[in-house]
Design a binder for this molecule. Structure first.
Ligand SMILES: [Ca+2]
Ligand SMILES: [Ca+2]
Length: 274
């Protein structure tokens, strides 16, 4: 019933070329490729009524107010390859689950992607922290719970010149917001954020509009001590992040411009049909 038109084929061909050009050489410094598996953290309400505050848990699978599956605490740390500093902390919070039964939020590293799922009506927050061996066990939206100098001062401005931090997206719901915060070892912090209006990768730029240095010009990019990724979104949001890394080229911007151009071609073709 659907006949592929010429623009469709063109998009497929160019898309293939773009994804090949887009591979490994762009990454100057890997923050996480999610190749290290991390058990799923699930936060959902059990039998109690009212808002759930998942602040403390026993090592068992449940407490009086929340069910936690496969995790000893509200935050959990995994260690292994493909992770900047060797350790990744994963934290999930759901806010109020009033009236939502046993629904909740889950996050895991599958061994290839960071996978996040929210049940219907739930708008959980998932936070990933790279701060070295320090285990984040309390809400990392509070920097006091992060070792902000834990990475020891990593140079994010590597030769031949890094542009920003790439968030390679495999799938993401619209209106999900990703906020990336960098700390330097002197304690300066800067945040860049992006709200997705399409399923495309994004580079948080070091300099220029909406950049880390625009947020805080005092941030020392060659002495990074910790990295935090905060993902929030509308009720029921889901997402899969493939990779986080320092990149040399604002490639996704180029790609999306190309994509917009091709969408324009497609739209023109559709208009002609009518
Ligand atoms: Ca850590
Ligand atoms: Ca990956």
């Amino acid at each position: 019933m659907f006949k592929p038109s010429f623009p469709k084929i063109l998009i497929a061909a160019l898309g293939l070329g773009a994804s090949q050009a887009y591979a490994a050489p762009l990454i100057n410094l890997l923050i996480d490729d999610f190749s290290t598996f991390q058990e799923e953290i699930v936060k959902k309400k059990s039998s109690v009524s009212g808002p759930v505050t998942c602040t403390s848990f026993s090592p068992s699978s449940s407490s009086s107010s929340c069910n936690i599956t496969h995790t000893p605490g509200p935050g959990i740390q995994a260690s292994g390859g493909g992770i900047l500093g060797g350790y990744r902390d994963l934290y999930v919070s759901t806010g109020s689950l009033s009236g939502l039964g046993t629904r909740g939020t889950s996050a895991t590293s599958t061994g290839s992607v960071l996978e996040i799922s929210n049940d219907t009506g739930v708008a959980g927050t998932v936070i990933v922290v790279w701060d070295g061996a320090h285990a984040v066990t309390a809400d990392p939206s509070n920097p006091a719970n992060i070792a902000t100098a834990g990475l020891g001062g990593i140079d994010f401005t590597l030769s031949p010149g890094s542009y920003g931090v790439l968030l390679e997206v495999f799938s993401i719901d619209l209106n999900v917001t990703a906020a990336l915060t960098l700390w330097d070892t002197a304690g300066q912090a800067a945040t860049a954020s992006h709200t997705f209006s399409s399923v495309s990768s994004y580079v948080f730029p070091f300099a220029g509009p909406d950049s880390f240095l625009a947020d805080n010009p005092l941030l020392n990019l060659d002495q990074i001590g910790a990295v935090r990724l905060t993902l929030t979104g509308p009720a029921g949001w889901d997402g899969q992040i493939d990779l986080v890394g320092v990149t040399t080229i604002p490639e996704p911007a180029t790609l999306s411009l190309l994509g917009l151009g091709l969408l324009g071609v497609g739209a023109a073709a559709r208009r002609q049909k009518i």
